[in-house]
Design a protein around this ligand. Structure first.
Ligand code: ADP
Ligand code: ZN
Length: 294
């Protein structure tokens, strides 16, 4: 049985077909333009495939609450062409198959829970640090929704003394995204993040901020594991810095076996940047199961 997966991002739409075990058998990428231009291409792709259900991981804010009037709508986004666009409804009308939907980062979190670094766990935080910062959260094995969905990339941080960059977030300036996403690094130093690889101070500061945020997630969600992905985390030296700094910040306040083996507590994804699309496959699988069709 084949499932469709759509990772709907602000810059590209990744469409894929896969099996319930997470195997991806076909994948294309379509640049994100207006819905009028982009959606027909997505629909045409999936119409050619014999899929039984589709899973969508969408950029936010997006209404993820089933049973509400705007379920599946993109909400108040700065991407004006997509503001209040009925993403799920428009696709469903054409494909006429069950569709599961969540945020892109919750999708990645589900990918990790089902196939990746968090297999078998119930309480997990997935953080992506790229063009923005997104956080997917699972509690008791379920992806967290609520009045909307978590937006934990925007938690406020304490500015480090040596940092005179004011912060990049148009809403909060010095939230995690405003201080530590790729564009913040690039504006602070005037260079692409990847070109700063050998500048020790860049990654010291970056890991200070990521560690501060992780401390907050540990204290609020009590995750059994934390997974870090996204373009910026390709700087692998960040992992050991972050692990050390998280322990320093916690200052022995929490003592658990997990925190005694930080190498297996704060980890990279093992899914080669496929966690998002694999999570979308699982969203499709879970939707069919919920309908009693699997
Ligand atoms: P997106 O968040 O748009 O889905 P990415 O996760 O690839 O995409 O994140 C893009 C950001 O990550 C950019 O700001 C880019 O500078 C940064 N980035 C990409 N690759 C690297 C790298 N190897 N080292 C440091 N930063 C990187
Ligand atoms: Zn913010």
């Amino acid at each position: 049985m084949l499932f469709g997966a759509l990772e709907a991002g602000g810059t590209k739409m990744v469409c894929a077909v896969g099996r319930a075990d997470g195997t991806i058998i076909d994948q294309i990428s379509i640049p994100t333009r207006t819905p009028e231009e982009t959606i027909p291409e997505i629909i045409a792709y999936f119409k050619r495939k014999d899929i039984k259900a589709l899973g969508i991981g969408a950029f936010g804010p997006v209404n993820v609450n089933k049973g509400t009037k705007q379920y599946g709508y993109i909400l108040d986004t700065p991407k004006l062409a997509w503001k209040y666009f009925d993403l799920l409804g428009t696709i469903q009308k054409e494909l006429n198959i069950p569709i599961g939907l969540d945020t892109d980062v919750n999708g990645s979190c589900l990918g990790e829970l089902t196939f990746g670094s968090a297999k078998g766990l119930n309480n997990v935080v997935y953080i992506t640090i790229g063009t923005g910062v997104g956080v997917g959260i699972a509690v008791n094995g379920k992806l967290v929704h609520g009045m909307l969905h978590p937006e934990a990339g925007h938690i406020l941080l304490r500015k480090e003394e040596q940092d005179d960059f004011e912060g990049n977030c148009p809403y909060h300036k010095c939230c995690l995204e405003g201080l530590a996403a790729g564009p913040a690094i690039e504006r602070r130093y005037g260079k692409k993040a990847v070109e700063l690889k050998d500048k020790k101070e860049v990654w010291e500061l970056e890991s200070d901020y990521i560690a501060q945020a992780i401390m907050t997630y540990i204290l609020t969600v009590s995750p059994q594991r934390i997974i870090l992905g996204g373009g910026v985390m390709h700087q692998e030296q960040l992992f050991s810095l972050i692990r050390k700094k998280v322990l320093n910040l916690l200052a022995g306040y929490i003592k658990t076996p997990e925190l005694e083996s930080m190498d297996t507590y704060i980890v990279p994804s093992v899914l080669n940047d496929n966690q998002g699309i694999m999570g979308c496959i699982q969203l499709a699988v879970e939707e069919l199961k919920e309908l009693g069709k699997l």
